[in-house]
Design a protein around this ligand. Structure first.
Ligand SMILES: [Zn+2]
Length: 330
């Protein structure tokens, strides 16, 4: 769907398509345990979280140089732009790369170089969000924030991702305080597999401005009322929810109920190479499975620009919002 939209929940490592994985593996002399792109494509049809994570981390081995990271970003932006994405706030996981010997500077400079020219090349404005792996320690996150200090001009915000259960937001209180002192904005994954309480903690202890996923707030009416009253943006990823079994079928997704409850929902792709589609594909899928009409789709697009970190450029936000209003559905 070409409706203009902002993508606010996108892991750049999750945009690695099999063809690019093979090209980079060959260039870098990395052996992949798959003979052909078809065989690898078949492995992308995993059916649980662990097989997804195994494949996801195994394939990252092909990303070695600044040029590799730049190419990954370019490939994503081309696909996103073709599906109406006008602004993208992109997550990356520095610890997944530094753990295998790639310096954080290589990662940030490679991503940053491609993002710098994204408006000119793809017509997409961008920001970069540095995420911490929540199954690693708080000390590791603090060390990563420290290592990122020379590159903060390229980074707008911090986030928290990977396996949620058993790793409550409060574990990262100190790193979020340190990031606040550095002038960074804050988001966190919460309430995907973790309980509604994690959403409260992300807001109250970490001071996040947006909740990534947040689906399980629906189990807690008091929390729903609070999120709606405070207009806290939730970055939902419907196709991801189906692939990782947060919902059984897209037709069961709570998005319509969430919109009806007045929640500030947005629709995003999470790890699009792995979960069956990019931002526009997610819009198409919810339109079809949940029978969303043009006004609901327009609300989702409007919400995405309202939730974007564009406070330094309200003129741009207004321009994007005007594009949403002017869009005609065919
Ligand atoms: Zn995510």
């Amino acid at each position: 769907m070409h409706l203009p939209k902002a993508e606010l929940h996108l892991h750049i490592e999750g945009t690695l398509e099999p063809e690019l994985a093979f090209a980079l593996a060959e260039r870098n002399g990395v052996a992949l345990p798959y003979a052909t792109t078809d065989e690898l494509r078949a492995a992308y049809r995993f059916d649980d979280l662990q097989s997804f994570l195994d494949l996801y981390y195994a394939l990252m081995a092909v990303l070695r140089t600044e040029g590799d990271f730049a190419e990954l970003v370019d490939a994503y932006l081309a696909r996103a732009a073709a599906q109406g994405v006008r602004h993208a706030e992109i997550f990356f996981d520095p610890q997944a790369h530094t753990a295998r010997g790639v310096p954080i500077g290589t990662v940030v400079e490679g991503l940053g170089r491609a993002l710098e020219r994204s408006e000119e090349t793809h017509g997409v404005s961008t920001q970069l969000i540095m995420c911490f792996l929540r199954d690693l320690s708080a000390e590791s996150a603090l060390g990563t924030l420290d290592a990122a200090k020379p590159y903060l001009h390229r980074i707008s915000a911090i986030g928290l991702d990977s396996a949620e259960a058993g790793h409550p937001p409060a574990k990262f209180r100190e790193v979020y305080e340190a990031a606040t002192a550095l002038g960074l904005r804050k988001v966190a994954h919460a309430g995907e597999e973790g309980p509604p309480e994690y959403i409260r903690e992300a807001l109250d202890v970490l001071g996040v401005e947006r909740i990534d996923h947040g689906l399980r707030c629906m189990e807690d009416p008091e929390l729903v009322a609070r999120l709606a009253a405070d207009r806290v943006p939730l970055t939902l990823c419907p196709l991801s929810n189906v692939r990782l079994r947060a919902v059984d079928r897209l037709a069961d997704h709570p998005l319509p109920a969430m919109l009806a409850a007045g929640l500030h929902c947005t629709v995003n792709s999470d790890d699009p190479a792995y979960f069956g589609g990019y931002a526009g594909d997610n819009f198409d899928a919810v339109r079809d499975a949940l029978a969303l009409g043009p006004e609901q789709l327009r609300t989702l697009a409007r919400n995405s620009f309202e939730a974007a970190f564009l406070d330094h450029d309200e003129e741009r936000r207004a321009r994007y919002l005007a594009e949403v209003e002017a869009h005609t559905f065919d």
